[in-house]
Every structure is written in C-alpha cells, then in structure tokens.
Design a binder for this molecule. Structure first.
Ligand code: ARG
Length: 649
C-alpha cells in the first residue's frame, strides 16, 4: 500500500493521475507491469481494442536495441490483411505519453522505448525502497491475491535425497542445487515451502551394512566421519558378499558336474549350504527382517547410522545455505500406508498378480510406461511402493497444493509411473499436484579422478582450487579477512553457477579450471561483480563519510543519470521483477543466471562512464544510488540461486 502511494504521487508529477493496473499485475512491485498497463491503456483507447487483448500482446524485449516493450501487430488478433500497415497505423496513432519516448515499427512489430528520466526516477528508488525483497512477488503464493487473509499455498520441494552408505553422486549434487533454488524461488513468491530430503535409508542393504559394521566398523570412525566410514564398511562387506555369491555359483556348477558323473557331492553341498545359511546375504536378509518387524536392537543400530549421517549432512548442506524442514526417507513410510495403497490398487483393479508378484500394467495408458512391480514375490515392498504410499502420507501431513520432486532424468520413468498409478488409483487431484523437475547428467566427474564421491570432497577440492586462484593475486589476497572462508564460498559459487548455466535437462562437463576462472560467465565472476559494487560504497563512504547518513532513495536526483550506459543499467534493473515471474514459469535457474550476467555486463560497461569519486556531489549521489540499486538487485538474484554474495574477495 505504501509503495502504491509513493508511486501514485510520483506518477502525478508526470501527469498520470492514477496507477494503471490490469488484473494480476503489480505496478508497485514491477516497473514493467506499470509500463505495460500504461501502454495498454493508451493503445486500447487509440485502437479501440480491448485492453485485455492488448495487455498480453505487450512483451518485454530481449535486446535493448529493440526498445523496452514490443508488440506483434498480429497478436492483437484483428482481421487485417496487411500487418505491416496495421503496425504502422498503431504507431502513428499512439498518443504523446509522459512515459514513452518513441514508438518505432519494424516490419509488423511495434517497439516502444521508455523515456529515460521518468524510468530512472521510478526504478532506482523503487529498488532501494524494496531492498532485499526487490523483484520478489509474494502475491504469487497467496490462495487469493486480493485477500491475503486466506493464506498461502503450500508446497513441498523434495530434493537432494541421497542414499545412506552410498556415494553422494552428481545426480544428488544437481538435485541439491536445483532444489535449493526452487525452494528459494517459491519462498520469495510467497508460497509456504517445506524443504524435504527423502533419504534412501531402507532396504536389505541396511542389513548388509549392519553385518558389515559388526565385522569392519569402528565406533570412533563412525562418530568422526559417519558418511565416509559407513561407505567404506559397505564397500568391504559388499565385496565379501559378492565373493560369496561367486563361490556359490562355482559350487553349484561343480556339484552338478559331480552328480552327472554319479560322484559324491555331499562335501560341496555342505559347503554351499553353509554359505546359504550363514553368508552375508542371508544374515543381512534376516537382519533386515528384524528391522521390518520393528525389533528394537536391529532398529537401534540402523537408527544410529541414520542419525549420525543426517547430522553430518546437515553441516554440509549448511555450507550450501540449505536447511531442511523434514528429513524423511524410505524408512519412514509406514506399512499401513503401503497396505492401504495395495488395497486401493486391488479394489480399483489397478494392480494384478503376475508370477507371484503384484504388478501394475501401465502399458494400457502408454507403452512407454511399461509394467511396474509394486510387491515382490516374497511380499516385500519396493522403491516405487514406498513412493506411492509416501504421497498420501505427505498429503495427510502437509495438505500440499503442489509437490515438486527434483530428481535426475534417469528416473523419468519411475516418476511417470508413480504419477500414473496415483491417477489410476483415483487420486487425480493429488497426481496433478505432483510434478517432476528433472535434469541431465554431469560428465567427467568420476570417482577415479578423485573429484567426486561425497559432497564434502567435491566442495573441498573446489575450495582448494579457488584458494590457489585467489593467491595468484597477492595484493588483493592480503586484504581478504578470512581467505579460507571466502575460498569456500567462491568454490561453492563456482560449482553452482556451472551447474545452473545451461537448461536443466542438458548434460554438462565438470570442468574445474573453467568454473573457477574469474573470466567469462562463472560463479567467481558474479561474486567479483558483487564485491566490486560493495567496494564502491566502501570507497565513497571512506572519502565522503556523510554519505552514510543520506537516504539515497529520496535524496538522489536520478535525472542526473543521462549516460546511455547508465540508462541501460537502469533498464536491466527494471527487468528483474519480470524475470522473477518468468522464472516461476520456466523453473530454470538459467533464467535468473542469464539475467544476472546481462546485468553484470551492463555494469562493467558503466564503470568507465559513470565514475563516482571526483564527480560533483549531486552526480555522485545519483550514481551511488544507481550502483547501490544494482548491488541490491544482483544480491537478490544471487540469493534466489542459493549463492552467498561476498563483500570482498
Ligand atoms: N534416493 C534416490 C536415489 O538416490 C532418489 C530419491 C528421489 N525421490 C523419490 N521420491 N523417489 O536415487
């Protein structure tokens, strides 16, 4: 309400009597909404076409050379033979406006340029006033945008979801990065977001792990490094189990041969039986059975592995600015829920018995979906079974309006099966509320090269590399207060930005040299751009201390920004709220990242033309306001991505 008031008075000075607004637009939050509404109003008057048609036809341009808004004449859905002529008519008929500089026609495209002075005076103070929330539109998550008292919509973002005692592989890394971003994004859009980690923490392999711990485990190591230690134990015991498996095969073969020759095989049979009864596999099966039956000793040991692993994960996630509201996992899915799901599937004739197992034949919906097993012959549940039951449990618990699974595209089929089964069970709305946000693979990140295994190792390696890069500039390096910490943050930024640069579905190559470079569109480059803006403020306040007490949003005269580079920068700043809304549609981190790189490029073209120190006081304040607004916008965008902007590096 306050923002609308300021905007109204500002527009009145320009001769516009009220803030124009189309439904579902937020002119006080988004300069482009204001301009679109204003231009739509004028066009609607001059052409006689309903503004409901005009409004969506007005699009933000991609290139500043094409003006600020563009409209294809055809988008007005009029029956006209010659669209080029129509475009020209529209342009010729466009009235004088205090906000619009010029209208230019290119073929059948009408392009609108904003007048720079009202733009700078509208946008820069708006950014400074909104501060850390500039660009965020928290109406998006409201149940009813016109009545906030009706509350916010509920979302679950399930992401990362590693498996205990297994490596944290590239798929988990990407899920962590992309999921963290989505959770931040929807948070900023006003949704009530629950961050959920669905651990792979159930199954016979945890029987194997417990047996292994008995043989190879060390209490001390477990407490010191639970994730790494459990993995080592798992690798060792798995090797034993594999050997036993091979041995059994070999024995069976020999026994058969002996029997064929009518020779006595009893010795070998005894040996085989011994492994079958007391081998790792059987012991693990029995152990896991005790776990599923709720036997407290077996469960206690497993729970300890789980708790210690989570504790360790929490620390690593904290390095990435991520915290979870719910550490759930496959183990948490209740038998009752799975039994209930099984009953519904049977009653609705979704499932059928096939060779002793229970399956769902999804080929009747689509060949690609295939047949999915939901209960093994021995009656045990599967990954899919647990996912089916988990959906209802999560709905009971959170009553979510939307749930996003951030999982690698290798599991496209699994999730498509899950959603289809829910639908077939009659949970149509629930199925529609679920969505899979997928992503491609990371290439060149093999365990062999020592680059990857656990998240911590990856972060450590990159931080070291970043530390080296920082040291190569000795003079600067000496000014950084906590170089280790900064190197860690820069390393994380390097990894994250590389991950988020392309479309999610694309594979990319893990390239340590490339990602840690200060040049090109990298994480360190973004951080550098932010640190440089911080240093501008530091330098100005050191030279002119009184600046610290000036409210730039009201005191700076932004009409003094006249340089084309400065105006271009303001045009970039104006676009951020619109980019934010667009990101909710694309769900692509690259939408934000591409924008941030454009913004930083506009910044680096500005520095030479808009110097602060040495310019007149009023000019200095205007430029400082502009750079401060740029820093704020860059900072907001970085935070949505999950980066921690540094002030020095
Ligand atoms: N733990 C699984 C894995 O590592 C990912 C879990 C994905 N989420 C789910 N609800 N299935 O492959």
């Amino acid at each position: 309400a306050k923002a609308v008031e300021t905007l109204t008075s500002k527009l009145q000075t320009l001769g516009i009597n009220e803030v124009p607004a189309e439904p579902n637009t937020y002119p006080a939050l988004n300069p482009f909404d204001l301009y679109r509404s204003h231009v739509a109003g004028l066009l609607s008057k001059s052409t006689g076409i309903d503004s409901k048609i005009v409004y969506p036809a007005l699009q933000r341009t991609v290139k500043t050379e094409h003006g600020d808004l563009q409209m294809a004449a055809a988008a007005l859905r009029q029956k006209r033979k010659d669209m080029k002529e129509f475009a020209k008519e529209i342009a010729d008929g466009f009235p004088e406006s205090p906000l619009i500089e010029k209208v230019v026609v290119m073929d059948a495209l009408v392009m609108f340029w904003f007048k720079s002075q009202p733009l700078t005076s509208l946008v820069v103070p708006a950014v400074l006033k909104a501060g850390a929330s500039y660009g965020f539109n928290n109406f998006q998550g409201l149940r009813d945008p016109s009545d906030p008292s009706k509350g916010r919509k509920k979302m679950i973002v399930e992401f990362s979801s590693p498996n205990i005692a297994k490596p944290f592989h590239a798929g988990h890394l990407r899920s962590t990065i992309i999921g963290g971003f989505l959770a931040n994004l929807y948070d900023a859009a006003g949704w009530d977001v629950t961050r959920m980690n669905y651990l792979g923490d159930w199954g016979k392999q945890y029987g194997v792990l417990a047996i292994g711990f008995d043989l190879y485990g060390s209490e001390e190591e477990l407490v010191k490094n639970p994730i790494g230690h459990l993995y080592d134990v798992y690798v060792k015991i798995s090797a034993v189990s594999r050997e036993e498996g091979d041995k059994m095969k070999e024995l069976k073969q020999k026994i058969e041969e002996l029997k064929k020759e009518d020779k006595d095989a009893s010795e070998l049979e005894k040996e085989l039986q011994e492994i079958a009864d007391n081998g790792v596999d059987e012991k693990a099966r029995k152990y896991f059975k005790r776990m599923t039956e709720g036997e407290s000793v077996a469960l206690g040991i497993w729970r300890r592995f789980r708790d210690l692993s989570i504790e360790k994960y929490k620390k690593t996630y904290a390095r990435l600015n991520i915290r979870y509201d719910d550490y759930s996992g496959e183990s948490q899915v209740k038998d009752e829920s799975m039994d209930h799901a099984a009953k519904v599937m049977e009653e609705k004739k979704v499932s059928e018995i096939s060779e002793g197992a229970i399956i769902v034949d999804l080929t009747k919906y689509s060949k690609k979906l295939g047949k999915a097993v939901v209960r093994k012959k021995d009656g045990t549940s599967l990954y899919l079974t647990r996912d089916i039951a988990a959906v209802s449990e999560r709905f009971e618990k959170y009553k979510f309006d939307k749930m996003i699974y951030v999982v690698a595209s290798q599991q496209d089929l699994h999730l498509a099966q899950l959603f289809k089964i829910l639908e077939a069970m009659g949970y149509k709305e629930l199925a529609a509320a679920c969505s899979h946000v997928n992503f491609g693979m990371v290439l060149g990140m093999s365990t062999r090269k020592g680059t990857a295994k656990f998240l911590d190792d990856i972060l450590e390696t990159v931080a070291e590399k970043m530390h080296e890069v920082m040291k190569s500039n000795q003079a600067k390096y000496e000014q950084v207060a906590d170089p280790e910490k900064t190197a860690d943050v820069l390393g994380i930024s390097a990894v994250m930005v590389q991950d988020m640069k392309g479309k999610r579905i694309n594979n990319y190559t893990f390239d340590m040299d490339r990602m840690t470079s200060f040049e090109g569109d990298t994480g360190p480059y973004l951080q550098y751009a932010h640190a440089r803006l911080c240093s501008i403020t530091r330098k100005v306040t050191a030279a002119v201390p009184e600046v610290a007490n000036i409210d730039l949003a009201t005191a700076a005269d932004l009409t003094l920004i006249t340089e084309p580079q400065g105006i271009d920068l303001v045009r970039q700043l104006a676009a951020w709220p619109d980019i934010f809304i667009n990101t909710l549609k694309t769900q692509e981190p690259t939408t934000v990242l591409t924008y941030l790189f454009k913004l930083t490029h506009a910044l680096s073209s500005s520095y030479d033309h808009l110097q602060i120190l040495g310019s007149e006081r009023e000019t200095m304040l205007a430029r400082l306001a502009l750079y401060t607004a740029a820093r704020q916008t860059l900072n907001n965008g970085m935070r949505i991505l999950g980066l921690s902007p540094v002030e020095r590096m």
